[in-house]
Ligand binder design. Structure first.
Ligand code: SF4
Ligand code: SF4
Length: 330
């Protein structure tokens, strides 16, 4: 019997999701044995025309990581959608926009200005920025359009399942592969990870006071972190209450607070707003004594980069989606 065809593709991402597949170690041999990989740009030399030659729906499942930032990425995910029975948004960037999605705080012009003209390591006296078409002698080159706005995968094509994480951990990847191969899949649209907040599985949960109160905000490098105690109780912003579990509490076990890469639990439409309201509810409450408004404002000044803190992985998927700017297309 023919093995099911599987594709892996990357859009705007760092390559970590590709590493996560390689991190399956010997399990990758089981996957390679059970399926026929038809596209995997990081490891195998298949081309776009190979995918175009397949019938519609012929690929059993496409795992697509990365956010959608360029015209080429949009074309490729639309092609993979057409050729695939199932599409899985693989990792935070495909799921919620991820770190590349933080670029939605800027316009394309601002990004080009910084990356190609102002960055301290740039040497570009003529101020050349990427052009859609360039002619050099007999050669003509084309570049895909770099869009103004970073999108999640499901803002571009319909997505069947989501594997969260930056990157998704090997056990969740294997569970997803096994569920697909055996047809034991949950309802379409499901996030393939437990529907519980990270605080519920955190090894420090017992040290999280029932009535939390933050009267100072610190950054992890500013204090000697207690390796047993809840980060919030140490005045360190931890997004555990607003984040889905399933990662194995990786950061917490490495004595770092959660940054939210698994996204929210079901039913939460804006992870950043959820985290923000959680922090607001514990800010400046000290015993029966409430801090004055002026002191709370001073405390808020200690919150460096609130946008990047609360929407680190989820800005494109949030209600904000991007910073509003004159002339910027959605
Ligand atoms: S806030 Fe962070 S450290 Fe505290 S219990 Fe939740 S996940 Fe653990
Ligand atoms: S602790 Fe938070 S940021 Fe770290 S891997 Fe888990 S969900 Fe992601």
């Amino acid at each position: 019997m023919a093995k099911p065809k599987v594709a892996f593709y990357w859009c705007a991402s760092c390559g970590g999701c590709e590493e996560a597949v390689v991190d399956l170690n010997e399990d990758i041999l089981k996957v390679a044995d059970a399926v026929d990989i038809v596209l995997w740009p990081v490891a195998l030399d298949f081309k776009r025309k190979d995918i175009e030659a397949l019938s519609d729906g012929e690929i059993a499942v496409s795992f697509i990581n990365g956010a959608v930032r360029t015209e080429e990425q949009e074309e490729m995910v639309k092609l993979l959608r057409q050729k695939s029975g199932l599409v899985v948004a693989f990792g935070s960037c495909a799921h919620l926009g991820g770190i590349p999605g933080l670029a939605n705080f800027y316009s394309r012009e601002e990004i080009f200005q910084r990356a190609y003209k102002e960055a301290p390591t740039v040497d570009n006296p003529e101020g050349i920025t990427p052009q859609l078409r360039v002619k050099e002698g007999a050669w003509e080159f084309e570049l895909p359009e770099f869009y103004d706005t970073v999108k999640t995968l499901d803002q571009t094509i319909p997505v069947d399942y989501y594997l969260p994480g930056c990157p998704p951990p090997p056990d969740l990847i294997m569970n997803a592969v096994n569920a697909i191969l055996t047809g034991q899949l949950p309802e379409k649209g499901a996030v393939l990870a437990p529907n519980k907040a990270l605080c519920d599985t955190c090894p420090r949960a017992e040290t999280k006071p029932e009535k939390l109160s933050i009267t100072d905000i610190k950054r992890p490098w500013e204090i000697k972190l207690d390796p047993e105690k809840c980060f919030l109780d140490q005045g360190i912003i931890c997004l555990g209450p607003a984040t889905r579990s399933g990662c194995g509490e990786t950061c917490i076990r490495a004595n770092m607070p959660c940054r939210g890469c698994f996204g929210p639990v079901d039913g939460v439409i804006d992870q950043g707003a959820k985290a923000l309201s959680m922090i607001a509810s514990i800010l400046g409450v000290e015993g029966e004594e409430k801090m004055s408004e002026a002191d709370v404002n001073k405390l808020l000044d200690r919150l460096v980069d609130p946008g990047g803190t609360f929407y680190r992985f989820s800005l494109p998927a949030s209600l904000l989606r991007r910073k509003r700017m004159e002339g910027v297309r959605e």
